[in-house]
Design a protein around this ligand. Sequence first.
Ligand code: FDA
Length: 398
Amino acid sequence: MTDLPTQADVLIIGAGAAGLMCASVAGKRGRSVLVLDHANKVGKKILMSGGGRCNFTNLYTAPDNFYSENPHFCKSALARYTQWDFIALVEKHGISYHEKTLGQLFCDNKSRDIVDLLLAECREARAQIRTRCEIQRVEPLAPKGFEVHTALGKVVCESLVIATGGLSIPTMGATGFGYDLAKQFGHNIIPTRAALVPFTLNKRALARQQALPGTSLAVNASCGSGHFHEQMLFTHKGLSGPAVLQISSHWKKGMPVTFDLTPGLDLPEWLNAQRGKRQESFLHTVLAELWSKKLVQFFLQRNGIESKPLKQYSEQAIKVVGEKLQTWTLTPEGTEGYRTAEVTLGGVDTHEVSSRSMESMKQPGLYFIGEVLDVTGWLGGFNFQWAWASAHAAGGEV
Ligand code: FDA
């Protein structure tokens, strides 16, 4: 590896999804680009994403799939670099992929394919990348530009791009660097919290569900204004699965979460109909058509419902049983936090950043891209699409 260059037109801090994409776009415009990262290798989150197959975008990406205090902010970048643009890039590199569910596109082979794609694009753009490089401090220069002090030396640049991501998975290199730097230049930070994260339950609740870890079922999860029809998974610590990860983005400490356990089916009515047809059948036998035996036992016990032949319930009684069983409302004790969260809600306030170029309105030449901004996607490839789109917007301007 050669020494650290002392000068670059564009210095990008963070060699993750957004940083590498931005480097390739800016480099292809003829800008000299240097990317610095403190981790030992680039794109660590890409490598671990999508269970090792990187859910790199979503066919149905739209601004409604993102949370932000400023919901209009993401529209321009998403419209100018769409999921179809990234798919075209994936195809240009001969990477085979498939739709898993709900428009979610995954690599057929490994997430490594996406990191290799980005590195190949950076090579073509002559962007230089240095890992294991601690950033010590950043000083603005007059009349423009920045001096960036690192453990490997000092770099002077015209444009500085912050692509350091969010706080989730600190063991993968996540830090609050981007937020601290934004504050240094007078930016407001929308309070951050872990999202797309499993719920934890208290000891009593865990004891009740101790036979269930590994069991899943389709639910409709609701919390505040959020509703998601997906799978829920019981874990040793509480609840997970796509429905829970999605609804966690709407959850704050103390809020109840409601699960419709038979989405699309009116359970009181269905049980009443069964009662007419199968009078000798026990309640638990009938319910086993909807849920696994373990789940039937759990839901009956949780509601203190005794299983009897259906003929022994009145029409009113079976409806009450159905109502109790259909809906499960609980207040999670907490979440697993940044240790396992896929993303961070909140971040650099987008009211102070240009939606066209991602440039700071407080400090000319300073740009923020990717997850460090207060733009957070749903589960399903949306967060990478935001990384690509915001990086592309900045890469065309820096
Ligand atoms: P990203 O986190 O990719 O990169 C930030 C870079 O900055 C890192 O390389 C880091 O080392 C570096 N950095 C941080 N602090 C620094 C400092 N102080 N100095 C120097 N460098 C620093 N999304 C999706 O759409 N589909 C998916 O399948 C998944 N799956 C997934 C699984 C798991 C386990 C996680 C944790 C996350 C996902 N995500 C996801 C979310 C997705 O990974 C995330 O939104 C993007 O990687 C964000 O891209 P950024 O480039 O903004 O940050």
